[in-house]
Design a protein around this ligand. Structure first.
Ligand SMILES: NC(=O)c1ccc[n+]([C@@H]2O[C@H](COP(=O)([O-])OP(=O)(O)OC[C@H]3O[C@@H](n4cnc5c(N)ncnc54)[C@H](OP(=O)(O)O)[C@@H]3O)[C@@H](O)[C@H]2O)c1
Length: 324
């Protein structure tokens, strides 16, 4: 098998041939099909992420593969099944994973969408369900709305009957996001303290989702109803949150952080499976989808990483270990 290998944080990755042992009794061996390059992967490579692997390591926090070999104890999965591993190490052509650490996927699912199922869709689900008691017709607000998470939020919120006010950096994305179910799309220069209520038909938002930080986070906080939460789950702008005291004292806003890793550690396994079942079903029927910017062969990893780090992409960059 071949794998991308990181030997030092901030260093250039190499593609290396590696020996792979047979799977242990509680493992399956996967032939990998595709894996995305997410912002967290880039942060891990540069050594700035919240949890870093022991080195050398194979990056790739999610992906999709087909079961090639079953461990001796595995009876609930079959060779040929399509699964998404939950643990890092997916930028490779083959890997062993514990059978209880994969999401079984329905036959017929689009493999590229399936490769992006394990992180952004459950993040969007948790952001919408775990921080506010929302009712049909309520407004939610988010920045980086054209990101993978942002698009999942739009599609899940639309399904739940919630309305979304979406902040993006590029005005030309409005029609694309409206086609997914976005109610309003505005650019970052719109002052939501002044214009938020008009954009939300006179209402104030019940939940704000922040993946940028800095002035962008304050802008969405300014259009929240008193007592509502702002949840920070990303820091694409790399600027800290600066919250005026009045938003805490007079408007009683609540500020939270979300990390999927913590969610995995605290959500009961049966509940995780139920949520992944719902999300996989939406991928299968096409109601949950994220655009793909480009699929690179794994051997073109460096070009793929450059493209993934660039601003203004048209969707996710994926790696395919099968192509030459
Ligand atoms: N906390 C968690 O558990 C968790 C889980 C999943 C994701 N995340 C985080 O969520 C964020 C989005 O992830 P993703 O996979 O959805 O991202 P993605 O699909 O790669 O999209 C990145 C987004 O960030 C925007 N962006 C980049 N630099 C920016 C800046 N300086 N100011 C404002 N916007 C900027 C991009 O806008 P353009 O298209 O205009 O360039 C794009 O909308 C990342 O920070 C990621 O680490 C966190």
């Amino acid at each position: 098998m071949i794998a991308a290998r990181l030997h030092a944080f901030g260093d250039v990755l190499s593609i290396e041939p590696l020996d792979l042992r047979m799977p242990a009794p509680d493992e399956v061996q996967l032939e990998m099909i595709a894996a995305p390059v997410n912002p967290a992967d880039l942060n891990i490579i540069e050594g700035t992420y919240g949890r870093l692997p022991d080195l050398p390591a194979t990056p790739g926090n999610e992906g999709v593969g087909r079961i090639a070999i079953l461990g001796a104890e595995i009876t609930h999965l079959q060779c040929g099944d399509l699964v998404a591993p939950l643990d890092p190490g997916s930028w490779c052509s083959r890997r062993n994973v514990r059978a209880d650490r994969v999401i079984p996927l329905p036959a017929g699912i689009d493999v590229h969408q399936a490769a992006m199922l394990a992180i952004n869709p459950p993040t969007a689900y948790a952001l919408l369900h775990d921080f506010a008691l929302l009712e049909t017709g309520d407004w939610i607000l988010q920045n980086a709305a054209n990101s993978g998470v942002g698009r999942c939020v739009i599609q899940l919120a639309h399904r739940l009957g919630l309305r979304t006010l979406n902040v993006v950096r590029r005005a030309e994305l409005a029609a694309e996001l409206q086609a997914l179910g976005a109610d309003r799309v505005v650019t970052e220069d719109v002052d939501l303290r002044r214009d938020g209520a008009a954009l939300m038909d006179g209402a104030e938002a019940r939940l704000a989702l922040n993946a940028v930080g800095g002035a962008s986070a304050l802008n969405v906080a300014n259009a929240l109803a008193p007592g509502s939460p702002l949840v920070t789950y990303g820091a694409m702008g790399r600027q800290p949150l600066k919250i005026p005291n009045g938003l805490l004292i007079f408007r009683g806003l609540n500020f939270h952080g979300f990390w999927l890793r913590r969610w995995f550690d605290t959500k009961p396994a049966a509940e995780q499976q139920r949520i992944f079942g719902l999300l996989a079903g939406m991928c299968l029927d096409g109601s949950l989808r994220v655009p793909i910017h480009r699929v690179f062969p794994l051997r073109e990893l460096h070009a793929a990483l450059r493209e993934a780090a660039a601003e203004g992409r048209g969707g996710k960059v994926l790696l395919d270990p099968r192509s030459a």
